[in-house]
Write a protein that binds this ligand. Structure first.
Ligand SMILES: *Cc1c(COP(=O)(O)O)cnc(C)c1O
Length: 461
């Protein structure tokens, strides 16, 4: 399969190079040139298969030029072996027509593990085959960083540097990044917001001297391999609720738009998804854009769902690329306008977006109330991100089954959960000693040269 940039000016790549590259050299994001379609029969045949078997069937056409099917099946098996639930992504019923897809049974308790554990396996395999080493840089609001460090710790062929906003991640998130002792992983606490972290990562990719010198690779959801791994659970959930014979809707707590865009890919592949609902917290730029067509950045307002505190939602560019019928120069133009405050989506593109996406927002008070209410009604303790999803989903319930993605375990955000319920959710036993392990923290200013110097020095050490 060939992958092209959303901005139309970067080399066309196969899967392996797309995965190892991250951001395209024209500043765009890689997307498959064409999304393979599954037949009704192909989808029906997924019923009853294990998560891993479905994963191989869904992803095989996208990765075929990099891995033969037996090799890929082996990587998938290793990726999910460490999950704390046999179903990997179990579905729970909340109400007659409302289901919760639990995506937090991986090693760092957030859905990011689904992609990151697999990417760790794929990177290791590809780099060993090529005899290469890479430097991975990533920006995180907390969960991507911990998932990446967990997936890459101790691997020979990679050095990992994760930028997170100092003082704006939860203690559990920070400790998952700062307690691994392997010398190839580095958590950097940047003075600023998540958007600053993400902007500095993009700057490093656009500094071609640095990029080539350190063999830069990215594992943020700008990396298409991340999005791809997340397509799988839309299929497993929908098929267990009756697809392809019945339609299913999904509500996705959204920040960088990677997870919900995976749902869009699933729909393009033929999964009968009726509504894909974007759920935002008070940082509601995506909800406002889908409502008005205006994408205008403002201040980030820190919330109790910090992994969704965002103004520049990278993967929205991929959805825009589809909505503009693959017109790379139109996307490049919008992204240039974004640098100076925002852009207006054309009428035709807005209509195309609305055919796929609905949206809603949850305030801080509504989010807390959703945690309290869901515990009272169904004995399910939600993390604040999942609660944003449940709040928004409840406004979109209809005759089609609704699946809300539970993106993190409540124990990852114990303060918000305790404030709403009086219950402080304990960490699962396998990570109960997290607060006893020593931390390693490196502070860094929001300055590109400082960050690059630090990375050069750490690699030389
Ligand atoms: C990353 C994250 C999100 C947002 O996902 P995107 O793919 O960035 O939209 C939501 N909830 C949690 C817990 C996360 O870690």
């Amino acid at each position: 399969m060939r992958y092209i940039s959303t901005r139309g000016q970067a080399p066309v790549l196969g899967f392996e190079d797309t995965m190892l590259t991250g951001l395209a050299r024209d500043g765009g994001l890689y997307v498959p040139e064409e999304v393979p379609a599954l037949s009704h029969g192909d989808i029906a045949a997924l019923a009853g298969l294990s998560y891993e078997e479905v994963a191989v069937r869904i992803m095989a056409p996208f990765v075929a030029d990099a891995f033969d099917e037996a090799t890929f099946a082996d990587l998938v098996a290793k990726a999910y072996a460490g999950f704390g639930h046999d179903a990997r992504a179990p579905l729970k019923q909340l109400a007659p027509n409302h289901f919760l897809l639990e995506l937090f049974h991986g090693p760092t308790l957030a859905f990011k593990d689904f992609a990151m554990q697999l990417i760790g396996q794929m990177f290791q395999h590809s780099l060993a085959k090529r005899g290469q080493k890479v430097t991975i840089v990533g920006a995180t609001s907390g969960d991507t960083g911990s998932a990446a460090i967990e997936a890459f710790r101790g691997l020979e062929a990679v050095d990992v540097f994760i930028l997170y906003p100092h003082g704006r991640v939860s203690d559990v998130q920070r400790r998952q990044m700062t307690t691994p002792s392997e010398s190839n992983v580095h958590a950097l606490a940047l003075t600023g917001h998540f958007d600053d972290c993400q902007a500095r990562v993009k700057d490093m990719f656009n500094d071609f001297d640095f990029r080539d010198r350190v063999a830069l690779a990215g594992v943020n959801s700008i990396n298409f391999a991340r999005v791809l791994a997340q397509v799988v659970y839309f299929f497993t959930a929908a098929v267990s609720l009756g697809a392809p014979h019945r339609k299913v809707s999904f509500t996705v707590p959204t920040g960088n738009f990677g997870d919900i865009f995976a749902g869009h890919i699933a729909k393009r592949m033929g999964l009968p998804i009726e509504h894909l609902v974007v759920a935002t917290n008070q940082n509601d730029i995506l909800h406002r854009c889908l409502t008005t067509g205006e994408y205008r950045t403002g201040e980030v307002h820190p919330s109790i769902s910090p992994s969704m505190d965002i103004q520049v939602s990278s993967n929205f560019e991929r959805a825009l690329h589809l909505a503009y019928d693959g017109d790379g120069s139109a996307i490049a133009q919008l992204m240039a306008e974004l640098k100076t405050g925002g852009f207006t989506v054309s009428q035709g593109a807005l209509q195309a977006l609305r055919e796929v996406y609905a949206s809603g927002r949850a305030s801080e008070a509504q989010t807390s109330a959703a945690i309290t209410r869901t515990l009272a009604h169904g004995a399910e303790l939600l993390c604040p991100h999942s609660a944003v999803g449940v709040e928004v989903a409840e406004a979109h319930l209809g005759t089609t089954p609704m699946v809300t993605l539970a993106t993190a375990h409540p124990a990852k955000f114990p303060d918000a959960v305790e404030a709403a319920t009086g219950i402080r959710p304990p960490l699962p036993p396998r990570m109960a000693d997290l607060f006893d392990r020593p931390e390693r923290i490196t502070r860094v200013d929001n300055d590109l040269t400082d960050i690059e110097t630090l990375i050069d020095e750490a690699r030389a050490a």
